[in-house]
Ligand binder design. Sequence first.
Ligand code: ASP
Length: 601
Amino acid sequence: MASPGATFGNGTIIMYRTHTCGELRIADKGKKVTLAGWVQKTRRLGGMTFIDLRDRYGITQLVVDASDAALQETVSALGREFVIQAEGEVIERQSKNAKMDTGEVEIRLESVTVLNKSVTPPFTIEEVSDGGEDLRAKYRYLDLRRPPLQRALALRHRLAQEVRGYLDRNGFMEIETPYLIKSTPEGARDFVVPSRMNPGQFYALPQSPQTFKQLLMVAGYDRYFQIVRCFRDEDLRADRQPEFTQIDCEMSFVEQEDVLNMFEGMMREMFRNALGVEIPSPLPRMTWYEAMDSYGSDKPDVRFGMKIHEVTELVKGHGFSVFDSAAYVGAIAVPGCAEYTRKQTDELTEWVKRPQVGAKGLVYVKCLADGTFKSSVDKFYSQQDLSSIAEGVSAREGDLILLLCGPKRKTQTQLGVLRIEMGGRLGFRDPKVFAPLWIVDFPLLEWSEEDGRFYAMHHPFTAPKPEHEQWFYSDRKEDLERVCANAYDFVLNGTELGGGSIRIHNAEMQKRMFEVLGIGEEEAEYKFGFIINAFKFGAPPHGGLAFGFDRVCALFGGQETIRDYIAFPKNNQGRDVMIDSPSCIDASQLDELHLDIRKQQ
Ligand code: ASP
């Protein structure tokens, strides 16, 4: 890392520091240097004082000779996180530290200037801190001094530069779209902002720039991108943030194939340049139907097999009424678990019954090493029957077959959750292994039993596949359910990192879409009139996608949680505990906004 302290582009020399704390090596021995940074710790040893000086580039050890009484006294007053400037000579260390980049050298101190004092920090600012999550969130600016967070944000920065470089080279223009807008079509709850100048009216914050990027295509910009904040007022499940960042893109005159090629190229460069990892070319593709049937998920983790197999017909007719009456029976073969004890299979049964999984029960078949089988339903199935089940799920000796039953998609989803759990328990989900793929051919529509209506699986601007258009204009529910969309998701290691679609670009088809979704003409006009209208003025065929940038960063960093990759995130209650927000506002401010707050019950 070049020293930011030496010279700037215009030749100015800055004297605060000659080097960073991560820069000096044995080749610098003998140099007179000036460093600036934070005191990580000081310790006395045999009359000498050692100081670890830290900045974002690393740590350098400073040493004060026992003989220098005046300097000894100055440094004895240094506390943790004091900001100092230190001058001295680079010398070779007696006891080298191979774990540190600067571990072969130290600075024999000649003078120290305290640039600023610090009160004692509430937790240790080291690789691993002793502070709890809440405390660290409150003092986020101190937590951000820690190397893991600095590495995370450096990775985020790197990835953002890769994205910009790649898209710029491919003719994309970075164009900003407004934050104070009208409701967008992503289907979550909007955050709203009251308008002072328009009493009783509200802006919505964008759930994505979807409509604007389509309008940019109508406007002829051809290739657009933006690394942009999106806002969705959802209940914050484990790893969501109310504001998050997308790499949002749109292209004109393209078909699905063009979009997939362009963006797998971008991902390939990001993997190569940020991680030195080569991903397959071309990337594997899987239809939504195959993903659901074989992995029980539209975001399959394909780092490991353990696929789902349907055994409905195989298990019927043996007197086991649960299976006899089931619409669907599916199974996975878990390798090497045939020796599970009763206690372990009981625990698994309880596990699948948890509300998060929702299965009613679990049947197992153990494929023992001697070629025989042992199952929880031995009463109904002979060794021969169990052997054909094992064959049906491609199980091998030593495998534990787990079976669930119920309605087809629901059961597949449960098996998918169980598969991920078992894959995790068996260590098949190594975060350093990357298995990206595209999921394609999503159904266009999703029927909601509860509401008795269709919802757009992606969003209402997604086009049906041209070969399915005749069903799209049919009034039969079965036909509409069959329509596939020109939609695609980029999936990595069991996480959806991005998704998009080829859009509807003619006003007639868009009208039909709103009709299918039960959005009346008036409502469509009120919510999306501007885009329906724009489509009347020569909208080009277009399509695009968006990646969840925070999640891209976390997965590239080998972490499951996005919070470390966002400088100032919110907690699970949507609060920023550092600035204490959200908070109440003054009565005068409410007045100006024409708002009354209802009394809390
Ligand atoms: N706007 C979509 C989303 O946020 C992405 C896209 O279709 O481009 O999911």
